[in-house]
Ligand binder design. Sequence first.
Ligand SMILES: NC(=O)c1ccc[n+]([C@@H]2O[C@H](COP(=O)([O-])OP(=O)(O)OC[C@H]3O[C@@H](n4cnc5c(N)ncnc54)[C@H](OP(=O)(O)O)[C@@H]3O)[C@@H](O)[C@H]2O)c1
Length: 247
Amino acid sequence: MAVYAVFGSGGGLGEALVRALYERDPEAEIHGFSRRPCPDQLADITNLIWHQYTGEVLDAAAAAVQKWQQEGVFLNGVISTIGWLHRIDADHGEWQPERRLEQLNSEQLQEYFRVNATIPALLIQILKPVLAKKKRCFVVQLGAKVGSIGDNQLGGWYGYRASKAALNMLFKTAAIELKRTHKLLTLAVIHPGTTDTPLSEPFQDRLPKDKLYSPEQSAQRICSVIWNLTPQESGDFWFWDGERLPW
Ligand SMILES: NC(=O)c1ccc[n+]([C@@H]2O[C@H](COP(=O)([O-])OP(=O)(O)OC[C@H]3O[C@@H](n4cnc5c(N)ncnc54)[C@H](OP(=O)(O)O)[C@@H]3O)[C@@H](O)[C@H]2O)c1
């Protein structure tokens, strides 16, 4: 029986990815990690173990790894959807992606890097002891095409773009290192396409209708990319249709 973990499983794409993994592999055990309770829409998935946590996701992951090590559990796949673009919270008020240099501020930039790049990289570090070595295994982080430096034609969204570019470098570097010890492991950053979730919601009106995808559609496409990846391709950056994206 395969074991998968989805981090950010309570978000728009996270929930759809849990469902898509279940549909691909109904026998698998799926661990969902989220600050939110398990959505009712996933209640029928009996092999889903929901880890609702308070505090930091890295602490929740470390606690799970400790338990998996005691139980001799190895993961066959990890998907992290963790990321942010805009938010409103009690401490900072409203944070929107920066369009001009005058809008840059150090605290917001640091928060983009912390959540969009640092957390995904440290997740690999924490999960490394339980990544399967004898069977194929994948670690996928959802990235963004706007994190491609080569593809940046429009500018804007400084912190989001830069943090997703940093994510790409961290994954590429980890893939090179882990190729030595985990020969069947594939690391990948995948751009899901613009998907109808809370993250994209404020920016959807500029989009042609046929360029906005449902979470279910995007999750199916992401799983197709994952299932076609080989360990030789570890460390690359993919579009949702399976084409490589430029760095
Ligand atoms: N939607 C799009 O059009 C689009 C396009 C390109 C790339 N992406 C990328 O796809 C991923 C998923 O986005 P989405 O559209 O599903 O957005 P979403 O519904 O807002 O989900 C974002 C996820 O990130 C997690 N997260 C945010 N801040 C976190 C933090 N500080 N610590 C831990 N977890 C945190 C949330 O976890 P909880 O479950 O705990 O709330 C949530 O599950 C993101 O990485 C995003 O950059 C999305």
